[in-house]
Design a protein around this ligand. Structure first.
Ligand code: C2E
Ligand code: CA
Length: 760
């Protein structure tokens, strides 16, 4: 092994090759390498040049194995050879020469002659056909790259000093070329990464108008030419969405004032095609020694996808997919805001809770897609009715909608809107077929006493319940007193369903008496409910509940059955009861056109003739029923079932129906009897009713006669039949049987104590 120093060989050193040619070749190679952007590409040409001027057979460059693993082979990274010579391939025997070369330090040389080399080196050289070899390591940047070797395959050459010098320079040039190439590639990699990344880099000047000095080329992703942008530097701020411009300017000023070193914010920037793209804009200031802002460098990260995903999420979590209206969650958030604003002295507001009447029927009959279509149509109408921007319409689910009405000056404002909504929604809908639907609305108005949005929702819920309860297609306000009544109804309503199943209901009977004889000419059956927890509940309380929650039909059917069974039991006990009347409310006839059929069935089942019973209908029920279900009354009459007009004088009195429906009894409402005095208006009504009855041949019953005075007055007015506590309160079936056996009643019968407390 021989080592050589770094100095340039002195004159006469060039013996085998010409000095001039070599130095020119070296100089040219060096210049070329310096100028080339990717100098590694020039290495093969340089090897050819040097190989030729040095007259060697081959130049090889090895790259050391990267990993330190045992037995890792070097790779032949470059090779030049004289034409005709077969190219060398790294082989096992190559390893010996390589191992020797690897032991060399920076600047060290190794000259080998095949004839002088020991095994296995000589075998290795023989295998490669090398007679003489000069090798030195290549260092690139901080580390060792590999080795370079000049090889002579013809003669055992004694390497001259110049050749040694050339190889040393060549090693340095290759090292430098490889390093520069690596830097270059790295640079290219970085710019490629930037090019393909959604991150834009930019720099702007630190003084107004903050000109754009540089923008990375990937601005092309947004349709811009980076150079064009930089050529019109004042456009920088214009690129922001008008709403985001003030924020961007504020950030720049903050950086200029040195208040912050770095700012990040989300902004929209306009792409070349005019659409706005969301970016995260991170800016950092560069300051001079005096602390003055020189430049701002910025990084724009495209966050449009994240924004879109967030918007989709927001859409899903805040909006109803069917109608596109905000959902309950959004509504509650808005309500919370309105509440806080009102608390701080802002305008009052109202909330409306709206429910479509019998929407279920539409779904059942027309199917869910049509149901959805109807919901969308309702949503559209509601949107049109929205008055102010602050107002909100939301769908709570099912057929329930809510409206927030802001800035009302008095509750009647809310009433006016609700009335408009009701009217508007009742207009027919065209869903292929024409569909009609109405809405019920509950209204709650903000007052300082309401504790919070939840309480308001509770109130509006009850108000809606009331609106539904009172017959739908109307609106109702919330109020304290209504609350209690409504809650009771809700609870009792649920219990009533079970009351029928558990036999908590029974009947009492109140005699109707012929004044002249004291004979019992009729019995009115009255329903009684003994609630397991609250005790006796009067029909005045539970009948309206049954009407509102749909239990009335089952209750009515139970009454019919119980009446028939009782008649049959009395008859079985050898009694001959007079006609037993019972009350039928509007709900029973309204929903059920089958009423007469069921009644007929029951009569047949208990073998009772129609004349043994009587149906009591109030004036208003009769009016409504004849109006809507003409045929039901006709059918009942055709069956031969007697009909009595109950509570006569309190309802809508059209005397015409008395003529067209020849009823069997007219029962004068208690209220006229209660305050009856000689010469009063009440007695006048009683008298008028009695003469009307006489005229039409209809017997009159005075109800609620409690004392001798009242009895005297109604008798004097011409009344022949009475019902009231003076003769008997409603009594149990067993007590009624006793009265029937007794046959005649005298006012003394009052001694029988009522089985249930008198009417409350
Ligand atoms: P209504 O048809 O007017 O029944 C007469 C009511 O007056 C009964 O009250 C009876 O107890 C009460 N009464 C009878 N004589 C007197 C009296 O001298 N003074 C006073 N102050 N009251 C008297 P009740 O049993 O509480 O029933 C109230 C209402 O509930 C009935 O009024 C009727 O409209 C309804 N109702 C009762 N049972 C049924 C039923 O089975 N079905 C239906 N649909 N309604 C029923
Ligand atoms: Ca009655």
């Amino acid at each position: 092994m021989a080592t050589f120093d770094d100095s340039l060989p002195g004159p006469g050193a060039a013996d085998s090759i010409g000095t001039g040619g070599v130095s020119r070749a070296l100089a040219e190679c060096a210049i070329e390498l310096l100028q080339a952007p990717a100098p590694d590409a020039l290495i093969p040409a340089i090897l050819a040049r040097i190989g030729t001027v040095c007259g060697v057979s081959r130049i090889r460059i090895y790259e050391d194995p990267r990993q330190t693993a045992e037995g890792a082979e070097p790779t032949l990274s470059y090779q030049w050879k004289t034409p005709g010579l077969s190219p060398a391939t790294p082989s096992a025997t190559d390893g010996a020469a390589y191992a020797l070369a690897q032991s060399l330090g920076k600047g060290e040389m190794n000259a080998l002659l095949a004839s002088q080399a020991d095994a296995p080196l000589n075998e290795s050289m023989a295998a490669m056909g090398v007679k003489s070899m000069l090798m030195t390591p290549v260092f690139s940047g901080a580390g060792r790259y590999g080795e370079v070797a000049l090889e002579d395959c013809e003669a055992e050459r004694a390497w001259s000093e110049l050749e040694v010098y050339v190889l040393k320079l060549l090693a340095q040039m290759i090292g430098a070329a490889l390093e520069r190439a690596r830097d270059h590639h790295e640079f290219l990699d970085i710019s490629r990464v930037i090019q393909h990344s959604p991150v834009l880099l930019y720099r702007i000047g630190g003084d107004p108008p903050y000109p754009l000095l540089y923008v990375s080329r990937n601005a092309g992703r947004y349709g811009y030419d980076a150079r064009d942008l930089a050529a019109t530097p004042a456009r920088y701020l214009d690129l922001f969405h008008p709403d985001d411009r003030p924020g961007a300017l504020t950030n720049i000023k903050e950086l200029a004032a040195g208040r912050v070193a770095e700012v990040a914010s989300e902004r929209r920037l306009r792409a070349a095609d005019g659409r706005y793209v969301w970016f995260e804009d991170r800016t950092r200031g560069h300051y001079g020694p005096d602390g003055k802002l020189l430049e701002i460098e910025g990084l724009l990260v495209d966050i449009s996808e994240r924004k879109a995903a967030a918007a989709r999420l927001e859409q899903v979590s805040s909006f109803d997919p069917v109608t596109g209206l905000p959902n309950r969650r959004s509504f509650m958030a808005e309500l919370e805001r309105a509440f806080i604003a009102a608390r701080r002295g802002g305008p009052a507001f109202a909330i409306h809770y709206l429910d479509l009447d019998r929407f279920k029927d539409i779904n059942d009959v027309l199917g869910h897609p049509k149901g959805d279509e109807l919901l969308r149509a309702v949503a559209d109408r509601l949107r049109r009715l929205r008055r102010k921007n602050g107002d909100m319409i939301a769908r709570f689910g099912g057929d329930e909608f809510a409206m927030l009405q802001v800035g009302i000056s008095e509750p009647s404002d809310a009433g006016a809107l609700a009335a408009r909504v009701i009217k508007e929604l009742a207009e027919p809908y065209n869903l292929g077929t024409e569909v009609h639907i109405t809405a019920s609305i509950g209204i709650a108005v903000y007052t300082a006493e309401v504790s919070g949005p939840e309480e308001l929702i509770k109130q509006v819920d009850l108000a809606l319940y009331r609106a539904k309860d009172l017959g739908r297609n109307q609106f109702h306000f919330h109020s304290e007193e209504l609350d209690a009544a409504t809650i009771e109804r809700v609870i009792l309503g649920g219990d009533l369903q079970r009351a029928l199943e558990r036999g908590e209901l029974n009947l009492e009977f109140q005699p109707q008496v012929e004044i002249a004889t004291g004979r019992i000419v009729g019995l009115e059956a009255l329903a009684r409910w003994t609630h397991p927890k609250y005790g006796p509940i009067t029909p005045a309380r539970f009948i309206p509940i049954a009407e509102s929650n749909g239990t009335i039909q089952r209750l009515g059917a139970w009454v019919v059955d119980a009446v028939c069974r009782q008649i049959s039991e009395w008859r079985a006990a050898g009694l001959n009861p007079p006609p037993v009347s019972f009350n039928v409310s509007g709900g029973q006839l309204r929903g059920l056109s089958e009423f007469d059929r069921e009644l007929c069935e029951k009569l047949r089942l208990w073998a009772i003739e129609p004349q043994a019973i009587e149906i009591e209908l109030t004036e208003s029920v009769l009016m409504e029923t004849t109006h809507r279900h003409h045929e039901i009354i006709d059918r009942l009459r055709a069956l031969g079932v007697p009909i009595a007009i109950d509570d006569f004088g309190t309802g809508y009195s059209s005397l015409a129906y008395l003529r067209s429906y020849r009823v069997d009894h007219i029962k004068i409402a208690q209220e006229f009897i209660h305050d009856i005095k000689a010469g009063s208006g009440d007695i006048a009504i009683v008298r008028a009713a009695i003469s009307l009855g006489r005229e039409l041949g209809i017997p009159i019953v005075a109800e609620g006669v409690e004392n001798e005075l009242q009895l005297g007055l109604v008798t004097a007015a011409g009344c022949q039949l009475v019902q009231g506590y003076y003769f008997s309160p409603p009594v149990s079936a067993a007590q009624a049987a006793d009265l029937l056996r007794q046959g005649k009643l005298t006012p003394a019968a009052k001694a029988i104590s009522p089985a249930a407390p008198p009417r409350s």
